[in-house]
Design a protein around this ligand. Structure first.
Ligand code: ZN
Length: 131
C-alpha cells in the first residue's frame, strides 16, 4: 500500500537529490571504464604512432598499463567537474500521484484527479508491502 513519507524522509530525499552531483561514484566508474578501454586500445595497437609513424603501433601490456593512472585521473576530473555543472532535476518535476486512488499522472496533468482526489509529487509517497 502507498504510505505518505514523513517530513524528515522528504527532506532527506531532497538533500540527497541536491547533493547527487557531488557524488563521485559515477565519475569513478566512468573514468575506470575509459582508462581500461584506453589501455586495451594501446595494447591492441589501435592508436597511431604519431607524427612520422602513421601506422598503428601496439605496445606491450605492461607498458600500456602505465598509462592507466594518468588517463584515470584526468578523465575522472573532467567527468566530475562536468557533472557538477549540471543541476539535478528537482524532485517536484517528477510524476504525480493521486492521494485517494493512487493513480499516477504526468507532471503537466491537472492538480485534481477524476476520482476527486488531489495530486501530489510521487516522491512524497512510498510503496510499502502489506504485512
Ligand atoms: Zn484519483
Amino acid at each position: 500500500m502507498w504510505v505518505k513519507r514523513t517530513q524528515k524522509e522528504i527532506a532527506k530525499l531532497e538533500r540527497h537529490n541536491r547533493l547527487s552531483r557531488f557524488d563521485p561514484t559515477l565519475p569513478i566508474l566512468g573514468a575506470f571504464a575509459y582508462a581500461a578501454i584506453d589501455c586495451i586500445a594501446r595494447w591492441a595497437g589501435v592508436y597511431h604512432g604519431g607524427r612520422g609513424h602513421p601506422a598503428a603501433r601496439a605496445i606491450p601490456f605492461d607498458e600500456a598499463i602505465l598509462y592507466f593512472p594518468l588517463i584515470f585521473s584526468v578523465s575522472f576530473l573532467v567527468i566530475y567537474f562536468c557533472r557538477m555543472l549540471i543541476t539535478p532535476k528537482p524532485l517536484t518535476a517528477g510524476t504525480l500521484i493521486c492521494t485517494q486512488c493512487f493513480e499516477p499522472a504526468i507532471k503537466d496533468s491537472q492538480q485534481q484527479c477524476s476520482c476527486g482526489g488531489t495530486r501530489e509529487p510521487m516522491y512524497y509517497w512510498r510503496w510499502q508491502k502489506d504485512v
